[in-house]
Design a protein around this ligand. Structure first.
Ligand code: UGA
Length: 437
């Protein structure tokens, strides 16, 4: 089938490359010409495991192409995905001007039937607005359908998530749209949730908000663990084995970040408010997440006495492992605060350093975790990269001025760290002997 994707960001590019991998003919369109040139030269504008290989392979077999012309993208394909950005406005609502502009331009370029599919995360009823916008601008007599097909791709495992989804949600208002999308995704052999457009739109926001709720819930439990001397790892394990709860998204830490959870939560709160529904729960989820960062900063201060003049090694800058994305990353807040307090910072991240250099000024970027520990009064772990779990901790201790580790991601065992002679502060994991061996 012939597909065009408007917007070659994380979602658009991964969706395009993966649909090509399934055997479809895909054209990715983005108005950013420099990005298109990079992609034509097989250079990835983002770090996403497996994506580069997929793009190269499918370009070679001529199933994947790039253009910066929207009319061309609309002309070539029957199915047009909208995957443009929906940034937050000041009041938390999603800014949908890009979506509206693209819908209008698609309508103006249409010469025959097209199925327009919203892929961007959008508030409920956006599909209806897209439909209205297209109806207003399309030439008389040209038929079209609008559908919602939300994505559930995690950065860092987006390709895997696309090719092995838990479910595919299709929000459709016509049999024709349902048949086209069912055919499109047939090779994936995944469970299909075929529903109406508004329900599909809500499934996306509700899913992200629910996952964020799990994270904030376990973070609140972790704070309680710290006060009463319990271990949040044990609590998560005990809870997660209950199949009704499940083990995922119960890792306590410094809180969630990224381009999705904070933005989608704010948007969902706004949607509920506008609909006259009191969704206080979600406001608390956001608030707990904000507090979590403050609690961590307080821990740093409590353990260093004065931060001013101290050297702090920061391990991890990306908002989570396996990505170079710094959007809403806790590292930005931690580093801003440490700088304000007068600390010297030695920072390292396995992938996010090029992006970090552009936004973080006045800190020293070092080439590995050991260099970050060199002469440090404390080592602060902000992102739970696997690489950090495998460090030679004896060597780290020797390199530090004072062996204090503040672990915002709970990647080490408190008992082991104690054995090695560290002063170790995790989240919801008071130091005590490890009885599990
Ligand atoms: C999230 C969703 O998981 C995807 O399904 C969705 O498609 C995507 O948003 C989106 O809307 O585009 P992502 O933001 O890439 O994906 O990251 P997650 O892996 O979900 O992690 C979100 C945040 O929660 C990260 O900051 C992570 O460190 C934090 N987290 C996650 C925890 O603190 N604890 C956990 O147990 C799990």
């Amino acid at each position: 089938m012939k597909i065009s994707i408007i917007g070659a960001g994380y979602v658009g590019l991964v969706t395009g490359a993966c649909l090509a991998e399934l055997g479809h003919h895909v054209t990715c369109m983005d108005s950013d010409r420099s990005k298109m040139l990079l992609l034509k030269a097989n250079t990835m504008p983002i770090y996403e495991p497996g994506l580069g290989e997929l793009v190269r392979r499918n370009r070679k077999s001529r199933r994947l192409g790039f253009t910066s012309r929207l009319d061309e993208a609309v002309e070539i394909s029957e199915i047009i995905f909208i995957a443009v950005g929906t940034p937050s406005r000041e009041n938390g609502a999603a800014n949908l001007t890009y979506v509206e502009n693209v819908a209008r331009q698609i309508a103006e370029a249409m010469t025959g039937y097209r199925l327009i599919v919203e892929k961007s995360t959008v508030p409920v009823a956006t599909g209806e607005w897209i439909e209205r916008t297209i109806r207003l601008h399309v030439k008389k007599g040209i038929e079209f359908d609008v559908a919602s097909n939300p994505e559930f791709l995690r950065e860092g495992s987006a390709v895997q998530d696309f090719l092995h989804p838990d479910r595919i949600v299709l929000g459709v208002e016509s049999g024709r749209a349902r048949d086209i999308l069912t055919r499109l995704y047939k090779p994936l052999k995944a469970p299909l949730v075929v529903t109406d457009m508004k329900s599909a739109e809500l499934i996306k926001h509700a899913s992200n908000s629910f996952l964020a709720t799990k994270v904030s819930f376990i973070n609140a439990v972790a704070n309680l663990c710290d006060q009463v001397g319990a271990d949040v790892h044990e609590v998560s394990r005990g809870m997660g084995l209950d199949r009704r709860i499940g083990p995922d998204f119960l890792e306590a830490g410094i809180g969630f970040g990224g381009s999705c959870f904070p933005k989608d939560l704010a948007a969902f709160v706004k949607i509920s408010e506008d609909a006259g529904v009191d969704f206080t729960l979600l406001k608390s989820v956001s608030q707990i997440n904000k507090n979590q960062r403050q609690i961590f900063l307080k821990r740093i201060e409590e353990n260093l006495w004065n931060v001013s003049g101290k050297t702090i090694g920061v391990l991890g800058l990306a908002f989570k492992p396996n990505t170079d994305d710094l959007r809403e990353a806790p590292s930005l807040e931690v580093i801003a605060w440490l700088r304000k307090e007068g600390a010297r910072i030695r920072a390292y991240d396995p992938q996010a350093m090029p992006k970090a250099r552009q936004v973080l000024k006045g800190i020293t970027f070092v080439r590995d975790a050991y260099q970050a520990a060199q002469g440090a009064d404390a080592l602060v772990i902000v992102t739970g990269w696997d690489e950090f779990r495998k460090l030679d901790l004896k060597k780290i201790k020797e390199m530090m001025k004072y062996p204090l580790v503040l672990d915002g991601r709970n990647i080490y065992s408190p008992a082991h760290m104690k054995e090695l002679g560290f002063r170790y502060v995790g989240i919801g994991r008071p130091q005590k002997p490890d009885r599990r061996g």
